[in-house]
Write a protein that binds this ligand. Structure first.
Ligand code: NAD
Ligand code: DAU
Length: 357
């Protein structure tokens, strides 16, 4: 079967990537979607059970740092679009092992850019009809004070963690490939995502899991840091709109104007889980445990996504209260998914990570 487009989605077995793959496979049967993922601890093909047999879906287990593999995939599938999500994504892990982040996030992105460059330049149409879309984070902008200001597309980069430093570097390489070689690129910086299939080392799934298990909820510092939360399916919808209608060489901020102080968000989660488990209101509040703060913990993130709304008409579809209830329900109904992930190797990592806190 001949497909109208051949699109690689890297990191498609991860949290956000799996939602992007699902959306594209279902919405665009005329596109072939090639999920390129190394299946690190964060990659899980169980996230894609519902689309794995689709005719327009292929999975390739491959490492974005492997130039030969990336070049081969570009030509084997005649790839004309890349949506690049594969990364090491957890800030706490980057504090423990910054090299893994430099390697995957910087060298991996550069490898993919170079493989795309050489392949696209070898085709008759060159860069015509091609797009390299890089998924980045609001963390590259650094930290805000509690003063109501927000990150815009013009905010200067000022990353603090090894994770955000590696993502910032990869963003610079993407822009450099446009400015130097004329590669059509787009870049987006999104705020914190939540929803189904998120690996339970991140705040929301970790705390839902721990409440269910009656385990302590390790709140970093005083719980006063602020994050701006977006339901993952709304992020995938934004990626779809930007991939098709975004302006080449531009960048867009993605966020839901939904700031929460960690401790307030945690109390909403406790209330929701207790309600759905049939526990009395306030039953799990005693699990809150204040622990040593994250090193270099950014105080506040807040994304101004008005450019995306004004230029491309995207808006989040879910209110936070609805999104969080949907998310808690999903984790409660998918205990098998959670149990598979939280057994074995991850359990050892988690114990090690928290033993000194
Ligand atoms: P994740 O950790 O859940 O998934 C990452 C995926 O990348 C996994 O499937 C993993 O196997 C794969 N991967 C890692 N190294 C690889 C390699 N060398 N080669 C091929 N595949 C590899 O991450 P996520 O939370 O879904 O984030 C996806 C992207 O979105 C990342 O680039 C992240 O920086 C960005 N982002 C995340 C958030 C968030 O809140 N989670 C917010 C904004 C931006
Ligand atoms: O802002 C976008 C970023 O959001 C993405 O680029 C990252 O990939 C993603 O991991 C996320 O980073 P954060 O560090 O903000 O997310 P995390 O879920 O790790 O933490 C959210 C907040 O909760 C943060 O202030 C730290 C705090 N926290 C986290 C954990 C895991 C705790 O208090 N206790 C915890 O156990």
């Amino acid at each position: 079967m001949k497909f109208r487009r051949n699109i690689i989605i890297t990191g498609g077995a991860g949290f956000i990537g799996s939602h992007v793959v699902r959306l594209f496979v279902n919405k665009y049967p005329e596109y072939r979607i090639i999920n390129v993922d190394k299946l690190t601890y964060a990659g899980n093909l169980a996230n894609l059970k519902d689309v794995e047999l689709a005719e327009n879906y292929s999975f390739e287990k491959a490492d974005i740092c492997d130039y030969a593999q990336m070049s081969q995939l570009m030509s084997d599938y005649s790839v004309d679009g890349i949506i690049h999500l594969a990364a090491e994504s957890h800030v706490d892990r980057s504090i423990k092992d910054p090299f893994a982040f430099a390697y995957t996030n910087i060298i991996g992105t550069l490898t993919l850019l170079q493989a795309a460059k050489l392949y696209w330049e070898s085709t008759e149409e060159k860069y015509e009809g091609k797009l390299f879309y890089h998924i980045s984070t609001d963390e590259v902008f650094g930290a805000l004070e509690m003063d109501g200001t927000m990150f815009t597309e013009e905010t200067k980069y000022n990353p603090h963690s090894p994770y955000s430093a590696s993502k910032a570097s990869s963003d610079h390489f993407v822009r450099a490939f446009h400015d130097t070689y004329g590669m059509p690129t787009i870049l987006t910086n999104c705020s914190n995502n939540y929803g189904p299939y998120q690996f339970p080392e991140k705040l929301i799934p970790l705390f839902i899991h721990n409440i269910c298990q009656r385990k302590p909820l390790p709140v970093y510092g005083k719980g006063e840091n602020v994050r701006d939360w977006l339901y993952v399916v709304d992020h995938a919808r934004a990626i779809d709109v930007i991939f098709h209608k975004g302006k080449v060489a531009d960048s867009y901020n993605i966020g839901g104007f939904n700031e929460w102080k960690n401790i307030d968000l945690i109390k909403v989660m406790i209330k929701t889980v207790d309600k759905l488990l049939g526990n009395p209101d306030g039953y799990s509040l005693d699990l809150i445990t204040y622990v040593t703060d994250r090193a270099g913990h950014d105080l506040r993130y807040a994304i101004d996504s008005s450019k995306l709304k004004n230029e491309l008409g995207w808006e989040p579809s879910l209110q936070f209260e609805e999104g969080i209830e949907k998310t808690v329900r999903w984790y409660l109904e998918n205990q098998d998914w959670l149990d598979n992930i939280t057994s074995g190797e991850y359990e050892k990592y988690y114990e090690e990570m928290y033993k000194n806190r």
